[in-house]
Design a protein around this ligand. Structure first.
Ligand code: PLP
Length: 406
């Protein structure tokens, strides 16, 4: 493990587990390790804590505890929704989603296409926004589910989920939103939005990896994706990840308490960081619209240089951020989100996402701002892409590539 200080600007990838959350989960690793499904009190006392966590998370999103099903991660929740909507509506084989969803939706849709389903991936404009008229027109009599993320992990763009839910409701079609990037950053109220399903993941909320949830609106039919025991009221088989569920509950409480802070202090830090970079470094551009956007996220294009080179240099300085490239068999492909926004590969390859969180400080932002102009100018000096030079090769890198898939 590294001893040097870490300047962590990658909170959309994962978040530090809050010390209060660690404290909450430890007793369930050390002392109260019974199986919550066991009839004796050593088990049933644990079940009570799982239910208390369910209540806390339900409170965070304005749901009833009965509407919360714990899963292993956001990916599982997203997969489970698609599978269930197809299974409960056998005549419906069409899925409507967007071209900028997380790979947990996109890749699963591609698999379903191979199995005979039809999928429409709605385009976005250069700001990363959807055309709701097109969305409305694209709903078909055989549409089993409309799945649109609440906020994009790469750009932070927020979609108008309330309006999308209303369109779906008017057409009698089920609506799912992948809200993985939102808790602690946006106010969440499933009743206000009117979603039938919603996905969350604990590790984006200062809780551990390996636990997620699916909100299933009361009365909506659901068939389990992970089949086994009768856990989660028959909606998801498998012994519950008790300590992490308890942690998720504690993190939800903290998120409710700190939501205002995330929206003010973190937003101010993000804006200062973004404006300073755009001012201090020539040939830079913010990707996506200024608003509506998550308060913590900034995706910046550094022209004439490749993101992987930037990330390696930043890593040497202890700074963590993400690139928009996916490394596949040695070739660096621009991310599907940036491609869908019409960003040319040459620019997309120089995009870096900085995502802040409640543990970031102004001093950390200052550290980044002190180093980034030099890092970029050194890379540009050495780059075959710099203006006036012919492109002869690429910055070798790649070990840090692909991180925006998170
Ligand atoms: N959806 C979005 C928007 C995400 O950003 C992520 C995480 O990177 C996921 C889903 C997947 O969540 P998990 O890592 O819990 O599987």
């Amino acid at each position: 493990m590294t001893e040097r200080p870490t300047y962590y600007f990658d909170n959309n990838a994962t978040t530090r587990v809050a010390p209060e959350v660690v404290d909450a989960m430890i007793p369930f690793l050390r002392d109260f390790w019974g199986n919550p499904s066991s009839a004796y009190s050593f088990g049933s006392q644990v079940a009570r804590h799982v239910e208390a966590a369910r209540e806390k998370i339900a409170a965070l999103i304005g749901a009833d505890a009965k509407e919360i099903t714990f899963t292993s991660c956001g990916t599982e929740s997203n997969n489970a929704v698609l599978q269930s909507c197809l299974a409960t509506q056998p005549g419906k084989r069409h899925i409507l989603t967007t071209a900028v969803e997380h790979s947990a939706i996109i890749k699963h849709c591609e698999l379903l296409q191979k199995q005979g389903c039809e999928v429409t991936f709605l385009p976005v404009d250069s700001d990363g926004q959807l055309d709701l008229h097109l969305l409305d027109q694209s709903i078909r009599p055989d549409t089993a589910i409309v799945s649109v993320m609440w906020a994009n992990n790469e750009t932070g763009m927020i979609f108008p989920v309330e309006e999308i839910a209303a369109i779906c409701r008017s057409k009698g079609v089920l609506f799912h939103t992948d809200a993985t990037q939102t808790p602690g950053k946006l106010k969440l109220d499933v009743a206000e939005v009117g979603a039938d399903f919603l996905t969350l993941s604990a590790h984006k909320l200062h809780a551990p990896k390996g636990v997620g949830l699916l909100y299933i609106r009361q009365g909506v039919k659901f068939l389990p994706y992970v089949v086994g025991g009768h856990q989660e009221r028959g909606k998801r088989g498998g012994t519950e990840n008790v300590a992490s569920i308890v942690a998720f509950g504690r993190a939800a409480e903290l998120a409710q308490a700190h939501h205002a802070e995330e929206n003010t202090r973190v937003r101010a830090m993000r804006d200062r960081m973004e404006q300073s970079i755009l001012r201090a470094v020539p040939n830079t551009l913010r990707i996506g619209a200024k608003e509506p956007r998550l308060p913590n996220t900034s995706n910046i294009a550094f022209d004439f240089v490749e993101a992987e080179g930037i990330l390696l240099k930043l890593d040497e300085l202890g700074i963590c951020a993400s690139s928009g490239s996916a490394c596949t068999t040695g070739s660096l492909n621009p991310s599907h989100v940036l491609t869908a926004m019409g960003i040319k590969p040459a620019r997309a390859k120089g995009c870096v996402r900085f995502s802040l969180g409640c543990y970031n400080t102004d001093a950390e932002v200052d550290y980044l701002l002190t180093h980034i102009p030099r890092v970029i100018s050194e890379l540009r000096e050495a780059s075959p892409d710099k203006p006036g030079k012919t492109r002869t090769g690429r910055v070798a890198a790649a070990s840090l590539a692909g991180s925006l898939q998170k």
